[in-house]
Design a protein around this ligand. Structure first.
Ligand SMILES: CC1=C(O)/C(=C\N=C(/Cc2ccc(O)c(F)c2)C(=O)O)C(COP(=O)(O)O)=CN1
Length: 456
């Protein structure tokens, strides 16, 4: 099979910082062994997140000069609105500054105290907005999604029996909507099959329960359907995406991922009444419905990014680059979440560091060790990110104790991926020497952003 390359060439570069071991050690200590607190200047290859870290195209950079900054009626908004309607297919769309702006509005309008919002695994901001509005999040993802070693093509799928059981238990009137994430970030960037989306939608329609997608990485999900689901191999990703979204009543969208921009988002829906009520809250929280927390130039960039993201050459390369990293780790026997996800490779820190108890923070320790070894920054997605139980005050103890290696879009080459592989192989060789951490400062909420640690 002939090898392929990036479907773009580089026109501008950002020089990367290459610190010495001692300089990295000093930087890590200064950051309290928390990768969130390391200065970007001290990071060589930044795999903390794919959110907002995209490289924009020359078409997007050029469009910045044409941003219409009119307070109302901006033509940049008209272009963005048209792009969302063309590519996503919803009747109505409202701009927000980023994904959680849309989550805030949707949760306030759709949830009443004591409701239940079922979803395929939680996400931090999504669940926070649901709980702040009085709902209980109920995980309805298939059991296998919580086991890193199980390899299934659509690990993000909903277990329809769990959804039916919740409806039987609490009644459909207590369920304002199902939140279906496509893909599922914390399960390892795992997709939902078209079959499952259809089944969920039909079940919900029979009870007049809405289905709202968290569409943040929906283009990646569309690609996995093309690649793995019977009957879609010869369809374009754009056509698959349109069909996916037809099994929903609306979506929240963080533009910072699959819309190929550094800021921006939207809330989309088919119901006019929800649109009108949402438009009121956009004015309260985001600004006019013709800019929603974005400048005109940001909206121009996003209108173009939305269309670039469904280019088959772009998305094929994006997914292949994540696989390029993950497959080398699998071949070397490194424990990672299987199958390899759409936006990241997740190291299974529990299996990588079996000599550490969860109280010694294996994922936090591994992320710190990786940065110290090579200047590669990753994100802890384990007991620290899971926080404490709001009732008991005890640590939530997630099954998944993971280190997320998140690949920004159109930024790094496969050579950078190979540097990451070599660093992880070196760490694996000497994994017995990786010590745990103790938390020396714990913030009251969302502790993973600002907590500080010291080696045990
Ligand atoms: C599936 C989904 C997301 O992945 C997501 C964001 N994701 C981030 C940034 C992040 C968010 C929360 C954290 O505790 C975190 F440490 C990192 C990320 O890195 O993965 C949002 C929210 O979209 P906003 O970021 O545009 O508001 C909604 N839905």
């Amino acid at each position: 099979k002939r090898r392929t390359a990036e479907p773009y060439k580089i026109k501008s570069v950002e020089t990367l910082s290459m610190l010495s071991y001692d300089e990295r050690h000093e930087s890590l200590a200064r950051a309290g062994y928390n990768t969130f607190l390391i200065d970007s200047d001290d990071v060589y290859i930044d795999l903390l997140t794919d959110s907002g870290t995209t490289a924009m195209s020359d078409a997007q950079w050029g469009a910045l000069m044409t941003g219409d900054e009119a307070y109302a009626g901006s033509k940049s908004w008209k272009r963005l609105e048209q792009a969302v309607k063309d590519v996503y297919g919803y009747n109505y769309v409202l701009p927000t500054h980023q994904g959680r702006g849309a989550e805030n509005i949707l949760s306030q309008l759709k949830i009443k105290d004591g409701d239940y919002v079922p979803g395929n695994m939680y996400f931090t901001t999504t669940r926070a907005h649901q709980e702040m509005n009085g709902a209980t999040f109920v995980d309805i993802i298939i059991d296998e999604a919580h086991d890193p070693s199980i390899d299934l093509p659509f690990k993000g799928n909903v277990d329809l029996k769990k959804l039916q059981a919740l409806i039987d238990k609490v009644g459909a009137e207590k369920i304002p909507y199902v939140c279906l994430a496509v893909t599922v970030n914390l399960a390892g960037g795992q997709p939902v099959s078209m079959r499952n989306m259809k089944d969920v939608y039909e079940l919900c329609q029979s009870y007049s329960i809405d289905v709202m997608f968290d569409a943040t990485r929906c283009v990646e999900n569309a690609y996995f359907i093309k690649d793995r689901e019977e009957g879609y191999a010869n369809q374009t990703v754009a056509a698959i995406l349109k069909e996916m979204l037809s099994y929903s009543d609306g979506c929240t969208m963080s533009g910072k991922k699959d819309c190929l921009v550094n800021i921006g988002g939207f809330l989309a829906m088919n119901d006019e009444d929800l649109y009108i009520r949402s438009r009121e809250l956009v004015v309260v929280y985001e600004g006019m419905p013709s800019y929603g927390g974005m400048s005109g130039r940001d909206m121009e960039a996003m209108a173009i990014g939305i269309r670039e993201a469904v280019d088959d050459h772009y998305i094929e390369h994006r997914i292949a680059q994540v696989r390029h990293l993950g497959q080398q780790l699998l071949d070397a026997g490194i424990p990672i979440v299987k199958p390899i996800g759409g936006h990241a490779v997740f190291l299974d820190a529990r299996a990588f560091l079996p000599h550490l108890s969860q109280e010694e923070f294996p994922a936090q320790s591994l992320a710190a060790a990786l940065y110290l070894d090579s200047g590669v920054r990753s994100m802890e997605r384990g007991i620290i990110s899971a926080g404490r139980d709001i009732k008991t005050g005890e640590h939530n103890r997630p099954n998944l104790e993971l280190v997320r290696l998140t690949i920004p879009r159109r930024v790094y080459t496969n050579n950078h991926m190979d540097v990451v592989v070599d660093s992880i192989l070196a760490l694996y060789e000497k994994r017995d020497w990786i010590s745990g951490l103790k938390m020396v400062y714990e913030p009251p909420t969302l502790r993973f952003f600002n907590a500080r640690f010291e080696p045990l």
